[in-house]
Design a protein around this ligand. Structure first.
Ligand code: NAP
Length: 264
């Protein structure tokens, strides 16, 4: 996608693999200075080998203090992609406390924390900014074994719509966590846009956890009107669009990248 992001500085979380890695590389190609954050040093090393201009931060963003230390001197950030997440899929009746905590620590709490740090910097500088949260189609519909993953991802969206999951306790928790995640109302007056995207299945390492079984994949594909999963590039193009000034009037949307799955 041709898009100039020259003179912009971007931070991408979870940039070691998959969608985050491809997003960081695409942002570099658009002329931005890019900081790729992830928690496995070897992934970041190979990323720098492929893209020598890439700057990197190695930190586990579920570690609150380590994240603060890593980001305190990050300098100006105009564009933030909250992409890092984990997927632990368990049947509803077998969901463990540990899995619940891990999912919320990374997929919700860390996202809130990184957003706080970066948005405060954007507000201080007063030059605006754009934040894109990577959510999922799973946040808007009930999928087998996705109870906690889906709920965690629902909170990554810009609020304004209630969670759709038939799980009352998580529903209540979500509403409260979401209120904390609603930063865009506070930051809009500083010309900071916050949007979320909801991809369908993408066959990254994470996608393979849930969808490697051909029978299961076929069931999902049959519900996607375009009859295919998303490619990493489909997701990256949407992220770049929402980060760029081409979407200057788009704020607070949750945009499916799902081939029509959520409309069918
Ligand atoms: P992925 O291939 O598993 O990559 C995730 C990246 O995030 C990895 O580099 C991982 O590092 C990093 N990460 C995870 N936890 C982290 C932490 N605590 N601190 C720092 N980095 C961390 O996943 P993906 O498929 O690209 O997914 C990217 C985003 O898209 C996620 O938000 C996901 O929920 C969303 N999404 C994915 C799909 C799909 O089907 N793939 C569909 C809809 C939405 P390590 O490998 O070192 O842990």
């Amino acid at each position: 996608m041709e898009q100039s992001l020259a003179h912009k500085r971007a931070l991408v979380t979870g940039a070691g693999k998959g969608i985050g890695r491809a997003t960081a590389k695409a942002l570099l190609e658009c002329g931005a200075e890019v900081i790729a954050l992830s928690r496995t040093q070897s992934d970041l090393d190979s990323l720098v080998q492929e893209s020598p201009k890439m700057l990197t931060i190695c930190v586990d963003i579920s570690d609150w203090e380590a994240t603060e230390n890593s980001l305190k001197d990050i300098g100006r950030i105009d564009l933030l992609v909250n992409n890092a997440a984990v997927a632990i899929l368990q049947p509803f009746l077998s969901v463990t406390e540990d899995a619940f905590d891990k999912l919320f620590d990374v997929n919700v709490k860390a996202l809130l924390h990184v957003s706080q740090i970066i948005a405060k910097g954007m507000m201080c500088r007063g030059e605006g900014g754009s934040i894109v949260n990577i959510s999922s189609q799973a946040s808007k519909c009930a999928l087998r074994d996705h109870a906690v993953y889906s709920s965690a991802l629902h909170t990554r969206q810009h609020p304004g719509e209630p969670p759709l999951h038939p799980l009352p306790s998580i529903h209540i928790l979500l509403v409260n966590v979401m209120k904390c995640c609603v930063i865009s109302q506070h930051v809009s007056e500083y010309k900071i846009r916050v949007n979320a995207i909801n991809p369908t299945v993408v066959m990254t390492a994470m996608g393979r956890i849930g969808w490697s079984d051909p029978a299961k994949a076929a069931g999902m594909l049959s519900r996607i009107p375009l009859h295919r999963f998303a490619e990493v590039e489909d997701v990256v193009n949407t992220i770049i669009f929402l980060l760029s000034d081409k979407s200057a009037m788009i704020n607070g949307v949750t945009l499916p990248v799902d081939g029509g799955f959520l409309s069918s």
